[in-house]
Design a protein around this ligand. Structure first.
Ligand SMILES: [Ca+2]
Ligand SMILES: [Ca+2]
Length: 412
């Protein structure tokens, strides 16, 4: 179906939600948009990522492979040994998404590595910075205290969850990895699987625990899986296990090498049917995308936010990826109208889901309304966990002229 030409409604865009029957909840009008999905890469001083040639290494380092149960991990160590890089200068070993390592290196060492037939390329590590991740809501702060969502009322079903046909009590065994700022570990609304988590943050308070010190990851987790326990809210796949994969600290800072390490962990840990919810977007990189494609080939399903740049989604990675087990999600408001901030383009966008004034869990025993494709993607992650979404009509005013299908829970 082809939409009519994009209408010039952007200036009239208002943030309104249908909470009229919940008078005690704050009015989300005036909320700032969460534009956390655009990062500003900054080169790190002397940290590099060496990507090794699997073919060269496996052909020529056969002796190493036969000595261990984890041959791929041994290969980077073999190369590290050949180049005399001290162990304390190694940040990560990569053996699942790709073969390689990140390390603190001198320029001379980088040049030597670059010339090795075992090395495909050496990339500079970059700092990822999502300054908006830490933005508080505006003057009309939309935090909701638990007392407004207390026992006896049952679970409040947020508008977005309702729109997609949730909540459904999830009974399956698969998990959703929350690739984000961590998860509120003791949140009673969430079934957090800490033992399968991973921390890709190197330094500061955030490196010590998978606890979410920002709120973003907890919000995403609640949309997917807040429990139907008679209190608070209910998520789309209520009660599903969520796994904290921390790649951003409380101020929205992370590193490219940390993101790659987190992906490497997921590809090793994940089973067929597990889902990874990824809200970040940035410029495309081959190493990151290769890793994701490797995970998808293993049967792990990746759900990406399209990004909040009001731009063509093909310019943003990893949401620009297409193929089996890869889902990219745009955002709409409560009237099924395409969100003004959402990236567009079909392909790569597969589904549209609610992403305006989305109510979900937060840290410090709070609930919060947020805007962004970061919150549209988790609706679809929950549906992918339950076997994939069904289509319920098309979003209105899609700027690319091909209206994205609206994702809803598939009838059993
Ligand atoms: Ca609940
Ligand atoms: Ca479209």
């Amino acid at each position: 179906m082809i939409c009519l030409i994009r209408r010039c409604f952007l200036g009239l865009f208002l943030l309104l939600v249908g909470w009229s029957c919940q008078n005690e909840l704050p009015d989300p009008e005036g909320l700032q948009k969460d534009i956390s999905v655009t990062y500003v890469p900054q080169e790190m001083d002397n940290r590099y990522i060496a990507v090794l040639s699997e073919k060269e290494c496996k052909d020529k380092l056969v002796a190493v492979q036969s000595t261990t149960n984890f041959p791929d991990e041994k290969i980077p160590w073999e190369i590290i040994g050949q180049f005399d890089v001290a162990e304390e200068r190694i940040a990560h070993i990569y053996s699942n998404g790709f073969l390689g390592f990140s390390a603190y290196l001198t320029k001379e060492e980088v040049e030597k590595l670059d010339q090795s037939p075992f090395v495909l390329r050496v990339e500079k590590d970059v700092a990822l910075n999502y300054p908006a991740l830490n933005e508080k809501s505006g003057a009309k702060a939309a935090y909701v205290s638990p007392s407004t969502l207390k026992k006896g009322r049952g679970d409040l079903v947020p508008d977005g969850v309702k729109r997609v046909g949730g909540p459904v009590n999830y009974k399956g065994k698969n998990v959703v990895y929350i690739f984000d700022s961590g998860i509120d570990l003791k949140n009673k609304e969430l079934n957090v699987e800490v033992s399968r988590g991973f921390n890709g943050v190197y330094s500061g308070e955030d490196s010590k625990s998978l606890q979410d010190l920002n709120g973003h990851g907890t919000h995403v987790a609640g949309i997917i899986a807040a429990k139907m326990d008679g209190v608070g809210i209910a998520g789309v796949a209520a009660g599903a296990k969520v796994v904290p994969i921390k790649i951003l600290d409380k101020n929205g800072n992370g590193t490219y090498s940390g993101v790659l390490a987190a992906l490497d962990h997921i590809i090793n840990d994940g089973c067929e049917g597990d889902v990874v919810n990824i809200s970040l977007t940035g410029p495309p990189t081959t190493t990151l995308e290769t890793s994701i494609l490797k995970g998808a080939k293993k049967g792990i399903r990746f759900v990406f936010a399209a990004g909040n740049n009001s731009d063509d989604a093909t310019n943003y990675s990893p949401g620009r990826l297409n193929g089996e087990n890869l889902y990219t999600v745009s955002a709409m408001d409560e009237n099924d109208v395409f969100a003004e901030f959402s990236n567009y383009g079909s392909p790569p966008i597969d589904w549209c889901a609610p992403g305006v004034s989305v109510l979900s869990t937060w840290i410090n025993d709070q609930y919060n309304f947020r805007d962004g494709t970061s919150y549209a993607a988790p609706h679809v992650s929950a549906m992918v966990l339950m076997g994939g979404p069904a289509k319920d009509g098309l979003v209105k005013n899609d700027p690319d002229g091909i209206c994205d299908p609206i994702a809803v829970v598939k009838c059993p």
